[in-house]
Design a protein around this ligand. Structure first.
Ligand SMILES: NC(=[NH2+])NCCC[C@H](N)C(=O)O
Length: 306
């Protein structure tokens, strides 16, 4: 398989969709590793497998309607494999295997067959010290936006997943790209105070447009930087409440078509009416309770340049 990913929105051809089966039982509070799961376990509202299967089926149907080839990781017994995004990521024609949080490390085993179908010279493993997850990496043509956490307390924060060392390493692999780090606020218990991955607070859509939440960045100047980068008129800003339900985490299948959650009313209307982007709506509310949404559930392998 010849991989190709330059950005978030070019026409999608091949994608891995996470695996909803055999999620295992609801975690204990101290077994959660993101703030939304923490909150939903605490409130006894953590989703059941049946609902997760249903939502992912609906998502898959839309992908297939647009002739996208959908691959699945193998099923690992009693292991949450919904969020394919973080396991690995593709930049240009290489796949980079993430060094994920230990709680999720086994997910990679389920990708053996998929990785086997990729030319070996295009598969990169990183040194152990380089911590990174795909949700913190957003390729945007010559630029790669990153969400590395720079604090000294990195190892004691479960929602800190990407470190500056990993970004430095990626810079060496892609000397022609500009890596822009946008450090994120972290909070393992309160989902309203911290951001798990960069794709939970910022997402390019259409042609050089973006969805953005102001409050997610450690340095407010990074929010202003993104506003300038895309241009204020090309940015849809989400509110605190919309952030909580993960409105930034939609998934593009082309510059003209975005898959979004059916409750994201203000965003969906805006995309359709103001930016002329077709919005395919799917139910994904239950999955949002585990700290990820549509983009998080996917690992795109091939998008065609147009
Ligand atoms: N790319 C993402 N935002 N992924 C979301 C992953 C959520 C998952 N519960 C975790 O904590 O790892």
């Amino acid at each position: 398989m010849q991989l190709n990913i330059q950005n978030e929105t070019s026409k999608l051809k091949v994608v891995v969709l996470g695996q909803p089966c055999s999620m295992g039982k609801t975690p204990e509070l101290d077994e959660t590793y993101d703030a939304k799961s923490y909150e939903n376990v605490k409130n006894h509202t953590y989703p059941v497998e049946e609902d997760v299967i249903h939502e992912m089926k609906e998502f898959k149907k839309v992908l297939q309607k647009y002739d996208v080839t959908v691959l699945s990781p193998q099923i690992l017994k009693d292991y949450n494999q919904v969020f394919a995004r973080d396991v690995a990521f593709v930049i240009e024609d290489n796949i980079i295997i993430s060094n994920m949080i230990a709680d999720r490390a086994e997910e990679l085993y389920a990708y053996k067959e998929i990785v086997k179908s990729i030319y070996f010279q295009n598969i990169y493993n990183l040194p152990k010290k380089a911590k990174v997850e795909g949700g913190d990496i957003i390729p945007h043509n010559e630029v790669v936006f990153c969400g590395a956490y720079e604090g000294k307390d990195f190892t004691s924060i479960k929602t800190a997943r990407t470190n500056p060392y990993a970004i430095d390493y990626l810079k060496e692999l892609y000397p022609n790209k500009t890596f822009i780090n946008l450090p994120l606020k972290k909070d393992d218990k309160n989902p309203r105070n911290g951001i798990l991955h960069l794709d939970c607070t910022f997402m390019p859509v259409g042609n050089n447009k973006a969805i953005l939440y102001k409050g997610g960045f450690t340095n407010e100047k990074d929010y202003h930087f993104l506003l300038d980068f895309f241009g204020t008129n090309n940015v849809f800003e989400v509110t605190d409440e919309e952030l909580y339900y993960m409105n930034t985490n939609v998934f593009s299948i082309s510059p003209e078509v975005v898959i979004s959650e059916n409750r994201f009313e203000r965003l969906n209307n805006f995309l359709e009416n103001e930016w002329n982007i077709k919005v395919e709506k799917v139910p994904y509310y239950e999955i949002s309770k585990m700290g990820g949404l549509l983009r998080c559930s996917t690992l795109p392998l091939i998008r065609t340049d147009e």
